[in-house]
Design a protein around this ligand. Structure first.
Ligand SMILES: [Zn+2]
Ligand SMILES: [Zn+2]
Length: 540
């Protein structure tokens, strides 16, 4: 996490951190990386004593364009129309298509501990006249803009091209218009049928004063105008915009040469790849941000984004894998390490910071939070599948004390996530049902496996022997018994799965057995072994 603190040490004076998004449709979970990074930068700046304002904007006068076609939400008849002027297709109370999709996305922020000081909507800003000065400057300096585009991005606009997009007075589209003249007060625009491939203009043309919301700046100029208007000092952006000669370079040149202001500091960040592929705004198999937060709670999602440096891509493949349980395990490992408990494996640099920044409350007592009891996700996913188990009681037992209020909240959140994971993402091997009766499949057990099951029954349920307490203790008993019989662990676990689940594989066996009533376990072990009187040759 040094990068955020280094950034905070590098700047001076009050800071304005900004990001904005075009609400072209359903938003992919990877799009939350930006807001999480923004939030961490803001926290680091404030911790370093800089007065800091966090802004989040919605570029909702942008046209529904080719980008929207990448989502499942694009509406054919509105291609080219400003997103803010398209009706909400879902009709669930939002004022527009833009408010619907941006709303669903922004609603996630508070739950993720992200609290911008101000949200702004460009469809609100333009009508106030706040952009008029920038529109005028851009038109007066159209030749400078054309020159910058040509030099930075090798984009050659005709000499008559002017950097403003009029919202066609006839058809309402903004993606199909081009301005070719500027007389100092009004522009001449044409709404051309063939200007772009993804929308068709109506052929209208005329002179109009491009102020007060009747026109907008093209994206690169709008971005630079936002920097000037809000006094932005830091603005991270996704790697796709940060390529040489790309969008960021263009906007930085515009900021310097047209609006005469130094652009903000950039913190380019890489993508979140789901299943090895870069996922843009959607097309995800359940990768929509508002769906993913159901299975990955806020703190774990923050950690997913924060553990690597911003310039590292993140591979996350939650479907049919243990990626989600592993994320919880890693979170708990960082908590343990932060609390000073011994952990296995290498720790990321600044792991306590990663843990602290993953917490929702910026003022949380990190040491106290790290020390809290957290039930293992995999264990909960297991318990959730066993009928009749009092999960809360089992978790209390595991902790050895009552849960405090915060721990109870964690338990509830993890149980909800476990249910969502089992329903939509878990691999088949993690789904299981403990059979009420000895499964017929247990007939496949060989003599060595039967001897192992009998020995385990003695080890955990013999006269005067207390049953192991907790998954680790059960796991230890399984290993010790297998070792004493020189039985390979794989065959030992296989025997347990056949005896309890009627299949050759399953979740961590120690946790499975710990989840069940001990007397039931012993009875089942004996039944599967072939009977309570089988001579096990003094094992255990
Ligand atoms: Zn809606
Ligand atoms: Zn038109």
């Amino acid at each position: 996490m040094e990068w955020a603190d280094e950034l905070a040490a590098r700047v001076s004076g009050p800071q304005v951190v900004n990001d904005s998004k075009t609400p072209s449709g359903t938003v992919h979970v990877g799009s939350l990386r930006g807001p999480v990074i923004l939030d961490v930068i803001t926290r680091a700046l404030r911790e370093a004593g800089h007065a800091t304002t966090l802004l989040y904007g919605v570029d909702d006068l942008d046209a529904m364009d080719a980008q929207a076609l990448l989502t499942p939400d694009a509406v054919d008849r509105y291609m080219g129309v400003p997103l803010a002027h398209i009706p909400d297709q879902v009709a669930d109370g939002h004022a527009s298509y833009a408010r619907h999709h941006a709303g669903i996305f922004i609603d996630l922020f508070a739950d993720l501990g992200i609290h911008p000081d101000r949200y702004y909507w460009m469809s609100d800003i333009y009508p106030t006249g706040a952009m008029d000065g920038y529109i005028r400057t851009a038109l007066d300096r159209a030749h400078v803009v054309r020159e910058a585009y040509k030099r930075v991005s090798k984009v050659q606009h005709p000499d008559t091209w002017h950097p403003v997009l009029v919202i066609c007075e006839s058809c309402g589209k903004v993606g199909t218009t081009i301005v070719t003249k500027w007389d100092g007060e009004r522009v001449f625009y044409e709404c051309r049928p063939e200007l772009v491939t993804w929308a068709r203009g109506c052929g209208n043309s005329g002179w109009v004063a491009p102020f007060g919301g009747r026109a907008k700046l093209p994206w690169n100029l709008e971005w630079a105008a936002q920097w000037s208007h809000f006094g932005v000092t830091i603005e991270p952006n996704g790697k796709d915009l940060a390529t040489a000669g790309g969008s960021r370079d263009r906007s930085e040149a515009i900021a310097r040469e047209v609006f005469e202001r130094e652009p903000p500091l950039n913190v380019p960040y890489e993508f979140l790849n789901i299943g090895g592929k870069k996922m843009s705004t959607s097309k995800g198999r359940g990768a929509a941000a508002h769906r993913m937060v159901e299975v990955v709670p806020a703190e774990q999602l923050r950690m997913l984004f924060l553990r690597p440096r911003p310039n590292q891509a993140i591979e996350f493949d939650p479907e049919g894998t243990d990626a989600v349980p592993r994320l919880f395990d890693e979170f708990d490992r960082l908590a343990d390490a932060t609390a000073g408990r011994e952990v296995k494996g290498e720790l990321p640099p600044g792991f306590a910071k990663v843990f602290g920044y993953s917490l929702l409350d910026p003022h949380a007592d990190v040491a106290a939070e790290a020390a809290r009891f957290r039930p293992a996700f995999s264990h909960l996913a297991l318990l959730a599948q066993i009928p009749g188990v009092d999960v809360a009681a089992r978790v209390r037992e595991e902790k050895g004390a009552d849960l405090d209020a915060a721990e109870q909240v964690t338990l509830d959140a993890r149980l909800r996530a476990a249910a969502a994971w089992l329903a939509d993402y878990a691999p088949e091997r993690s789904r299981m049902a403990v059979r009420d009766e000895l499964p017929a499949e247990a007939a496949a057990l060989d003599a060595e496996q039967r001897a192992f099951l009998a020995a385990l029954a003695d080890a955990v349920g013999g006269a005067g022997v207390p049953a192991p307490s907790g998954g680790d203790a059960w796991q230890g008993a399984i290993f010790a018994t297998a070792t004493s019989l020189a039985l390979a662990p794989g065959r030992a676990f296989g025997a347990l799965y056949l005896a309890f689940l009627g299949r050759p594989n399953g979740p961590r066996a120690g946790w499975l057995l710990a989840s069940l009533d001990a007397a039931f376990v012993v009875a089942r072990l004996r039944a599967a072994a072939g009977g309570p009187t089988l001579d096990v040759g003094g094992a255990a």
